[in-house]
Design a protein around this ligand. Structure first.
Ligand SMILES: [Zn+2]
Length: 673
C-alpha cells in the first residue's frame, strides 16, 4: 500500500516535470535540461506506469499515441460555428473594412491586432478540467471531424494545460507542417517511392486524415492557437489578452501578433510581413486583422458567413508570366512519359524557372496550353513551379494543340496506357531513356552506391552501345573506358574498383537497385527478409508476395511482372554470373530467425543524426545483417532509435512515443563490432 502511494506521488511528480520540459522544448523553444536527462525522466515514468498499470491516465505524457487505427472519424458539432474571414487583397480594401467597422461603432476608437495567416488546417481543441478532451477539424464550419487521437500526437499540443483558466476551455488555431519537416518528409517519401506532397498545407491536411495515430505521430506537425472561445467568461477583454492567456496555459500562441492603434499602422505591419515572410520556417499566405476589443467584436457580430470584426489580407501569389518555347516529352526510369513545358527563363520567388512539368495529357488539355502561349507560372510553398493558366488574349494565330506522341520519343516504340492510369508508358525495356535512368538508379547511393558512375558517363556508355543494361556494367573493358571523354586511367581504375566493391552489397540493396516499380528501399528490405534469396523470390507466387506485410497486391504484381520478363531474367543472369550477392547473408528464411541472441533481430530501427564510425548505409547494412530493419521515420512500430551527432526531430518524436534510444557506441556493441 505504502509502495503504491509512493509510486503514485512519484508518477505525479514525473508527469509534471515532463510536461514542464515538453512545454519548454516544443512550445517555447527554450529547453532547460539535456536530452539525456529528459530521457531518464521519461524512462522512469514508463517503467513506473508499467509496474502500476492502474495509475495510467489518458493525460500522461506516455499516452500520446494510443489505441488502434480508426475506421473513420466521428462528426463533431462546434460549440460556436468556426467562421472564416473574408479576404482582401489591397490596402484600399483594408481601409474600406476599417470604414465599415467604425461606421458601426460611431465615435469609438478602434485598435487592431495583426497576426500571421498560417497556411494550415483549422482545428478546435476542448480541454475539460485541464485535460485535452476533444480535437476537431473545421469541416464545414458547423460540423467537423473528431481527430482527437491524431491531435494528441502533435508534440506542441499539451495533453494537460499548464495553467488554470476554467472547467472547460476551448481554443482554436491552425495545425501546420514546418517547412524543414516537410522537406525531410518528402525526402523520406521519395526514398520509399511514395508520392511526395505538393506543399506543407497538403501534407498537414493529409496527415490529420490518417486513420492510424501512430502514423500521424511520425509526421512533423506543429500548431499555433489564436482564438480563445468565450474569452470573456475567462475574464479576458481583448484579443491580445486572449493570445497571452493561450500562451499562459501552455499552448503555442499565434506568433508575432501585434497590437496596432489604427488601420494605417495595421497596413504597415502587413506590408512588412509581405516582404519578410520568406524568413519563417512555415508558410503564411497573408495576414489577419482583427478588432482588439472583444466587446466591440460582440457588437459588430457576424454575417451568416463571416465575422464583421476581422478580415484576411492575402498576399499576392508569387507568379510571373512567360512564354512557352516548346513542349517536350521526357521518358523516366519506369518508362513514364511526361510532357514538360520549356519556358523563356523567368525569375519567380528566388530562382530562375526555365521548365515546368505539365504532368500528362489531361493536365495539358485542362490548361489548353500550346507552344508559343503566354502562361502564368506560380511558385508557392512548392519547390516545383507550375503553369497556372494560359493568357489566352496573348495567343497569336492558331497554334496546334499539343498531343502526346503514340510512339516513344526516344526509342520510337509504340507507347501504352495501362488501364486505370492517366500516364502513358514506353514498355520497351531496351529504350535508351529508360536504360540510362535505370543505370543511374542502380548506381545511386542507397542502391549499389557506385561512385564515379555519373550522368555524363552513363550517357556515353549507353549512346555508344557499350552497355545495354546495368548487367553489362560488370563486364566493362578497361581499354574501352579509358578512351571515353573525361575518363583516363585513374578514373577508370577507380570506377572498376568501385564496381568490384559493389558486388558485395547486401541482397536487399540489390533488390532496390533493380528498380522494380513500387519497390523502394524499405519494401526491398521487407522482401529480402521474407524471401532471403533471388531463388526464393523467383519461386514466390503473386499471392504469397501480396500476403507479406507492407507489400500488398500492387507491389506483388509489379515484382512478379518484373521477374517474369525475359529481358529482366537475362539481366539478372548477368549479375549472377558477375558474382553479385543473390541471397541474404544470414541463414534461415524469416526475419526473426536471425543470429541467435542478436538483440536487433526482428527489430525496426530508425537512424537519426550523423554517425562517426560508419556511414548510414554501412549502419543500415550491418543492422540488416543482424536481422533488423532500418526505416525512415519514427512511428509506434519503431523498436529502437539510434541517435548520432546532432539528432533531428526524430529523436524528439521517439521520446514522445517512449521508444528506446541508444547512441552509436551502444549500436556497435549490439552489432558485436
Ligand atoms: Zn522508349
Amino acid at each position: 500500500m505504502g509502495a503504491k502511494k509512493g509510486a503514485e506521488s512519484r508518477i505525479d511528480e514525473l508527469r509534471q516535470l515532463i510536461r514542464h520540459h515538453d512545454r519548454k522544448y516544443f512550445v517555447e523553444n527554450d529547453p532547460e535540461i539535456s536530452d539525456r536527462t529528459y530521457d531518464r525522466l521519461m524512462e522512469e515514468l514508463v517503467s513506473l506506469e508499467a509496474e502500476h498499470p492502474g495509475l495510467v491516465t489518458p493525460d500522461s505524457p506516455t499516452q500520446r499515441v494510443g489505441g488502434e487505427p480508426a475506421q473513420g472519424f466521428e462528426t463533431v458539432t462546434h460549440s460556436v460555428p468556426m467562421l472564416s474571414l473574408d479576404n482582401t487583397y489591397s490596402p484600399e480594401e483594408l481601409r474600406e473594412f476599417d470604414a465599415r467597422v467604425r461606421k458601426n461603432l460611431p465615435g469609438e476608437d478602434v485598435a487592431y491586432v495583426v497576426e500571421l495567416k498560417l497556411d494550415g488546417v483549422s482545428v478546435a481543441l476542448t480541454y475539460e478540467d485541464g485535460a485535452l478532451a476533444r480535437g476537431a477539424t473545421r469541416g464545414d464550419g458547423r460540423r467537423g471531424d473528431d481527430v482527437t487521437a491524431n491531435l494528441r500526437t502533435v508534440p506542441s499540443i499539451p495533453l494537460r494545460l499548464a495553467g488554470e483558466l476554467g472547467a472547460v476551455v476551448e481554443v482554436r488555431g491552425e495545425v501546420f507542417m514546418p517547412r524543414s519537416g516537410f522537406d525531410e518528409l518528402n525526402r523520406t517519401r521519395k526514398r520509399e517511392e511514395a508520392p511526395p506532397f505538393a506543399n506543407p498545407r497538403n501534407a498537414a491536411a493529409g496527415s490529420l486524415k490518417l486513420l492510424d495515430p501512430a502514423e500521424v505521430a511520425a509526421r512533423p506537425l506543429d500548431a499555433f492557437f489564436y482564438q480563445l472561445v468565450d474569452a470573456s467568461s475567462h475574464g479576458v477583454e481583448t484579443h491580445h489578452e486572449a493570445i497571452a492567456a493561450i500562451a499562459a496555459i501552455g499552448l503555442r500562441a499565434s506568433p508575432e501578433a501585434s497590437l496596432c492603434d489604427d488601420i494605417e499602422s495595421a497596413i504597415e505591419r502587413c506590408g512588412e510581413w509581405q516582404d519578410s515572410r520568406g524568413g519563417l520556417d512555415f508558410d503564411i499566405d497573408g495576414m489577419v486583422v482583427k478588432v482588439d476589443s472583444l466587446d466591440q467584436q460582440r457588437r459588430l457580430a457576424a454575417t451568416a458567413k463571416s465575422p464583421r470584426w476581422g478580415i484576411a489580407f492575402k498576399f499576392p501569389a508569387q507568379s510571373e508570366t512567360t512564354v512557352v518555347l516548346d513542349i517536350v516529352v521526357q521518358v523516366g526510369r519506369t518508362g513514364k512519359l511526361t510532357p514538360v513545358a520549356i519556358l523563356e527563363p523567368v525569375f519567380v520567388s528566388g530562382s530562375t524557372v526555365s521548365r515546368a512539368t505539365l504532368h500528362n495529357q489531361d493536365e495539358v488539355d485542362r490548361l489548353d496550353v500550346r507552344v508559343g502561349d503566354t502562361v502564368t507560372i506560380e511558385k508557392g510553398g512548392e519547390v516545383i513551379p507550375k503553369v497556372v493558366n494560359v493568357v489566352k488574349s496573348k495567343r497569336k494565330g492558331r497554334p496546334r494543340r499539343f498531343r502526346m506522341p503514340s510512339k516513344c520519343p526516344v526509342c520510337d516504340e509504340p507507347v501504352a496506357k495501362p488501364s486505370g492510369e492517366v500516364d502513358l508508358r514506353c514498355e520497351n525495356v531496351s529504350c535508351a531513356a529508360q536504360v540510362k535512368r535505370s543505370i543511374e538508379h542502380f548506381a545511386a547511393r542507397g542502391a549499389m552506391d557506385i561512385e564515379g558512375l555519373g550522368t555524363a558517363l552513363v550517357e556515353q556508355l549507353v549512346e555508344r552501345g557499350i552497355v545495354e543494361d546495368f548487367g553489362d556494367l560488370y563486364s566493362l573493358d578497361r581499354d574501352e573506358l579509358i578512351d571515353l571523354e573525361r575518363m583516363g586511367e585513374k578514373s577508370t581504375d577507380n570506377l572498376l574498383a568501385e564496381l568490384e566493391k559493389s558486388k558485395d552489397r547486401p541482397f536487399a540493396r540489390l533488390l532496390f537497385a533493380l528498380g522494380v516499380r513500387h519497390v523502394g528501399s524499405r519494401v526491398a528490405d521487407v522482401l529480402a527478409a521474407e524471401f532471403p534469396s533471388m531463388e526464393k523470390l523467383r519461386g514466390a507466387s503473386e499471392e504469397a508476395l501480396a500476403e507479406v506485410d507492407e507489400v500488398g497486391p500492387v507491389i506483388a504484381g509489379s515484382v512478379r511482372a518484373f521477374l517474369s520478363s525475359k529481358h529482366n531474367r537475362a539481366v539478372l543472369a548477368k549479375l549472377e554470373r558477375a558474382g553479385l550477392t543473390m541471397r541474404s547473408k544470414r541463414r534461415g528464411s524469416r526475419a526473426g530467425s536471425s543470429p541467435a541472441g542478436s538483440r536487433l533481430a526482428g527489430k525496426t530501427v530508425v537512424l537519426t543524426g550523423s554517425l562517426e564510425g560508419m556511414t548510414r548505409d554501412e549502419a543500415r547494412d550491418a543492422i540488416a545483417a543482424a536481422g533488423g530493419r532500418v526505416t525512415g521515420s519514427v512511428s509506434a512500430k519503431t523498436d529502437l532509435v539510434v541517435a548520432g551527432k546532432d539528432p533531428g526531430s526524430k529523436l524528439a518524436k521517439a521520446k514522445k512515443l517512449g521508444i528506446e534510444t541508444i547512441d552509436e557506441r551502444r549500436l556497435r556493441k549490439l552489432l558485436g563490432a
